[in-house]
Design a protein around this ligand. Sequence first.
Ligand code: NAP
Length: 553
Amino acid sequence: MTNTTQQPHRNGSLEYCDAVIIGAGVGGMYALHHLREMGLSVRVYDGAGGIGGTWWWNRYPGARVDGPGSPFYCYTFSEELVREWDWAETQPSQEQVLDYLEHVADRLDLRRDIQLETWIRDARYDEAVQRWTVETSAGARVSAQFLICAVGTLSAAHKPDFPGLDDFAGECYHTGRWPQEPVSFAGKRVGVIGTGSSGVQAVPEIAREAAHLTVFQRTPQYSIPARNRPLEPELMQYARENWDEVRAKMNAHPVGMPFETTSRLGAEDTPEQRQALYEELWQKGSFNLLFGSYADLLTNKETNRTLADFVRAKIRACVKDPEIAEKLMPDYYLGTKRQILDNGYYETFNRDNVTLVDLREDPIQTVTSTGVRTETGDHPLDMIVMATGFDAISGTMLRLNPKGRGGVGLKEKWSSRFDNYLGMAIADFPNLFMIHGPGSPSVLYNMPLGAERETEWIGNCVQYLRERGLGAIEATPDAEKDWDKEVNELANETLYPLTDSWYTGANIPGKPRQFCVHLGGPLYFQRISEAAAKGYEGFVFEEENNGDVSAAS
Ligand code: NAP
């Protein structure tokens, strides 16, 4: 690469750097660090007012890591970072995660190359110079050989177009676009629409403060107690002292966590043994029921039913009013929608100030200036909280809509299928890499670890080009087809595709149905390493054309 410099430089109205990264969340921050360490000049842009991506936007009440969190939901590459950061709880709050990311940004001196409050208006590949030209909302134009899209999997907020929504005179917020200023629920009649992870986290918090809370539920979901608690100092210490070993376990685990996996099948136990195991794991909380119960939980309908029955019985036992309990009863294969963890969700429906509206039997007709009207009547509200989710996984790339060869936009390429290779590269979009793209393990993997491993692959690929004087790399359409097949085959061995979820795109009206997560875990990382070892099998290269870089436009 003849144009590599340590610092971005300017030529007329155009700024030049080696790589533009879009997104300053968990993925973009690490990509900046890693590529900069390699000697590349890098610029990062993010539309948010701060670093942290999803952890910057999702500040709704109750937002916290809802998985096996501390001390393993973090960057793993630096023992120093592990040593110097104390996690307070097993499932840190949004505020704590953001504090950690702020700390990382300071420690790695990331901020000097990150421009916030800056959306990318246009990103376009110029075949003549083998570079991307990016135009920002501030009117700046930047030319980069590589475009790294770390745009987030759960970032394009889905705000259903309820009739009359614009007429609502009260406050209205989306959980994924929560205001920076404190929001008070005190004395207010609040309506929460949506009962996915965000709604389930927010509901108990809002109910404690609001005069009245109405929960508008369309599809009931299984929720498991998070059992968040102060992190045992011994665990933190163990992790610090044995980080290499912990990291190796994380790398070998199906979802990137340092836990043992089970090979036991549901049918190997008697109903009594299963019940006892489920009870023990329920008491432990978090994802123990998913990872610690049976190996065939997500592949065998009968095993799945036994756990689903167990959780349904827990809901019945918790919710005092049997009619309300029945409305809360989920009916799909447990775990095939993103598993929800809660801190007192079902108990909330025992409160006098909480009403559950079952939208399946009483759908929303319209939003009025004073509330929500369902078929059976009006629900007067001072505030609406839309916990209605995201155009997940592919939505942020489509919102960016980069233009590849011939000026063809991604929206056109992805009009019916999200074709790509290795979850990272797209045919006709040379030198563009996605972190956590469709077809990578992304949302079903420990995301900071996944981002590190994908970024390291991208870094090696960039190095490969530099060492050989190559100007561009591009996935082939055949490799995309094979990858699509592989992702599908893995998914079809499981129960995931049988459920309508945001994993399959079913939550967005009109979105093509496609299961967009590579379920291989370590297999995925083996596959991408193999492709690299075979000289980036599935890719084609172009010699560096030595075009006049200053001609990029
Ligand atoms: P979600 O899981 O997609 O849930 C959206 C909810 O809104 C669902 O209950 C959905 O009902 C409902 N909804 C959507 N459109 C609707 C409409 N037109 N009318 C009525 N209801 C409608 O979104 P989310 O809760 O924001 O969670 C998304 C993902 O973000 C999670 O699965 C998780 O991966 C991540 N997340 C992570 C954390 C964390 O702490 N790590 C926290 C929150 C979220 P249907 O089910 O019927 O579509």
